[in-house]
Design a binder for this molecule. Structure first.
Ligand code: FES
Length: 152
């Protein structure tokens, strides 16, 4: 982990204006923002750890725990909501045995809600990694998850 952290820090000269790009680079390298990663950034730019953490928590793009191998994003836009998106989310939570915002114990899946993903004609929509699963029905959720779970 320290090697990865050092690699990220070496790309920045310690200017405070680089905080967001540093956080982004750290998350890309580590997969999430670990405590060690944020401490290292704070030291590198001479800011209090609490300030770095405060900035990071303001942005939804940052994660503070390891993410799953597959990212599931359930669209919560209007069209998807009207077409039963909330029911799909409940089904996913129940199948994966996690709540929205969490990652499964085997680190296979992370689950979250997102705003309109731009495929409203296919509502309700769930994105898994870069794939759009449109007109999804609760009864099809298990089959879709099984396909990803069996990927090596
Ligand atoms: S509202 Fe879901 S894709 Fe637009």
């Amino acid at each position: 982990m320290q090697e990865k952290i050092d690699k990220v820090l070496s790309a920045f000269n310690g200017d405070r204006s680089e905080l967001i790009p540093m956080l982004q680079a750290m998350q890309k390298e580590l997969g999430y923002l670990s405590e060690e990663g944020m401490q290292a950034i704070a030291k590198h730019i001479g800011m209090a750890e609490s300030q770095v953490y405060g900035v990071a928590t303001f942005y939804a793009q940052f994660y503070f725990a390891p993410r799953g191998k597959h990212e599931i994003k359930v669209c919560s836009g209007t069209a998807c909501h009207v077409k039963g998106g909330a029911r799909i989310l409940e089904t996913l939570e129940s199948q994966l045995k996690i709540k929205c915002g969490e990652t499964t114990a085997d680190r296979n899946f992370s689950l979250e809600k997102v705003a309109c993903v731009g495929s409203c004609a296919l509502a309700p929509v769930v994105m898994i990694d870069d794939n759009v699963h449109g007109r999804l029905e609760s009864k099809k959720v298990k089959g879709v998850l099984d396909k990803y779970a069996s990927e090596v």
